[in-house]
Design a protein around this ligand. Structure first.
Ligand code: NDP
Ligand code: HSE
Length: 437
């Protein structure tokens, strides 16, 4: 940081920006147009000192000074006091973030993929030099959830979080639910709106939500988790029929991120889940995100807002930047991740879940008794059952069963045994049910 000769002039903090895409361009725009206002808030003049991109000639969402653009990311890092990483991906980003942290430069990033794979290494590098590693934008876009989890709830005991933490998939599922849109059309629209990752597979397959789950769980449960600790299923298999059946039963299907304490540790999972429409998470529409946290003393807390998009995400990045600037001005060190608890990630098998199972079965006497016997053999109790004609084939009935809560491995073994019955023509869908209580 450079101190200016005039006592009235705040010291200058050089900000090196890596990436000027959907989010980076909005961050640059604010730094270029509102630096004086930010100086009043931070006590330092935030000066955009360089912007690293892949192609300096590429069109940008906002006008950026040509002299700041470069393809030399290392030069941008070396010439800055603090680095904002908004390029995404693992390589070469990991080496660049380490370069900054090893030099004692604080880093602000929205890169959940990097954090969920190499978070521990980056945290160690930051701790070694006292630099700050800030990543509010990495989980649920504009929603302040990283800091509340790290700071505001640090004196409480988080029991569980349920999150809709991917804007793209929530947008797609919501469009399918409310307008009957086809999956591909809704996804294309989400991409156009800048919600999706460069490769939308990460969104659709649940990997983006799984990365965010690992990052948030590390803070919630004071342990270090990676994306490999998160059981992950995507939304490709969700059909218009599943949506309609859920709606009929008073539910809505959401891609839910769950982090919860269980007997032997913590279970982390992401997948399409039926939740009651009247639950606060059931009303989260479009690309909005929400995180419902249950803590021992605080009780239930709901965090809600825009989970993706350039300007909303830039808000979270700039919040981190202002905070880092204040800390640097005061000579404060970064806050290391408190992962002392080291709670193991427990496999899905041991978790208590509840399933909605749709079966196409032969419509004849005694079929229900056979099915009921399979449930009984596995110690799984049926909560509700509805029967209708299968519109696809004659002589076949459609059975929609919801189980009581049971050990997940027993529920899945029941489904497999049902699949093996000659009277079961098709296991049409298997969707976990989350009551949110
Ligand atoms: P974009 O793909 O829109 O932009 C990426 C930017 O990084 C581009 O300017 C690109 O340069 C530059 N870039 C990519 N690779 C390199 C490289 N190897 N060297 C130098 N520059 C490079 O991404 P987003 O803005 O959408 O996302 C950025 C980060 O923020 C990601 O980690 C993402 O997960 C995260 N994030 C995104 C959100 C969103 O809603 N979009 C929300 C929350 C987090 P060029 O323009 O020349 O191609
Ligand atoms: N692709 C992500 C989403 C961006 O759709 O939520 C925000 O992390």
């Amino acid at each position: 940081m450079t101190t200016t000769a005039h006592t009235q002039q705040p010291p200058v903090l050089k900000v090196g920006l890596l990436g000027a895409g959907t989010v980076g361009s909005q961050v640059a725009h604010v730094l270029l147009t509102r630096a004086d206002e930010l100086a009043l808030r931070t006590g330092v003049q935030l000066q955009l000192s360089g912007i690293a991109v892949r192609d300096t000639a590429a069109p940008r969402d906002v006008a950026l000074p040509a002299e700041l653009l470069t393809t030399d990311a290392d030069a941008v890092i070396d010439g800055a006091d603090v680095v904002v990483e908004l390029t995404g991906g693992i390589d070469p980003t990991r080496a660049r973030v380490l370069r900054a942290l090893n030099a004692g430069k604080s880093v602000i990033t929205g890169n959940k993929a990097l954090l969920a794979e190499h978070g521990r290494e980056l945290q160690d590098a930051a701790a070694a030099t006292g630099a700050q590693l800030s990543y509010e934008a990495a989980v649920a876009g504009a929603i302040p959830i990283v800091r509340p989890m790290r700071d505001s709830l640090a004196g409480d005991r988080v029991e569980r979080f349920l999150g809709i933490m991917n804007g793209t998939t929530n947008f797609v599922l919501d469009q399918m639910d409310t307008t009957g849109a086809a999956f591909d059309a809704a996804l294309a629209e989400a991409q156009e709106l800048g919600y999706a990752e460069a490769d939308p597979t990460a969104d659709v397959a649940g990997h983006d939500a799984a990365a965010k789950t690992a990052v948030l769980a590390s803070l919630a449960f004071h342990s270090s988790y990676t994306i490999d600790d998160v059981h992950c299923e995507g939304i490709r298999s969700v059909t218009a029929e599943d949506m309609a059946a859920a709606r009929e039963a008073g539910y809505v299907i959401k891609l839910l991120s769950v982090g919860e304490r269980c007997a032997d540790g913590v279970n982390l999972r992401v997948g399409p889940v039926m939740i009651p429409r009247e639950h606060v998470l059931g009303g989260v529409r479009g690309a909005y995100n929400a995180v419902f946290v249950t803590a021992a003393a605080a009780g239930s807390l709901m965090f809600y807002g825009q989970g993706a998009g350039g300007e909303p995400t830039a808000s979270a990045v700039l919040g981190d930047l202002v905070s880092a600037a204040r800390a640097i001005a005061l000579g404060a060190q970064g806050i290391p991740l408190a992962d002392y608890a080291a709670l193991p990630a427990v496999s899905m098998d041991e978790v208590s879940t509840k399933l909605a199972v749709t079966l196409a079965v032969t419509d004849r006497l005694g079929v229900l008794a056979q099915l009921a016997q399979v449930f009984a053999d596995h110690g799984v109790s049926i909560s509700t059952m509805q029967q209708s004609e299968d519109p696809r084939t004659t002589g076949t009935s459609m059975l929609r069963l919801v189980t009581h809560t049971g050990r997940h491995a027993d529920l899945m073994a029941t489904v497999e045994a049902l699949r093996g019955l000659p009277v079961v023509r098709d296991v049409v869908s298997v969707t976990p049910v989350e009551t949110g209580e």
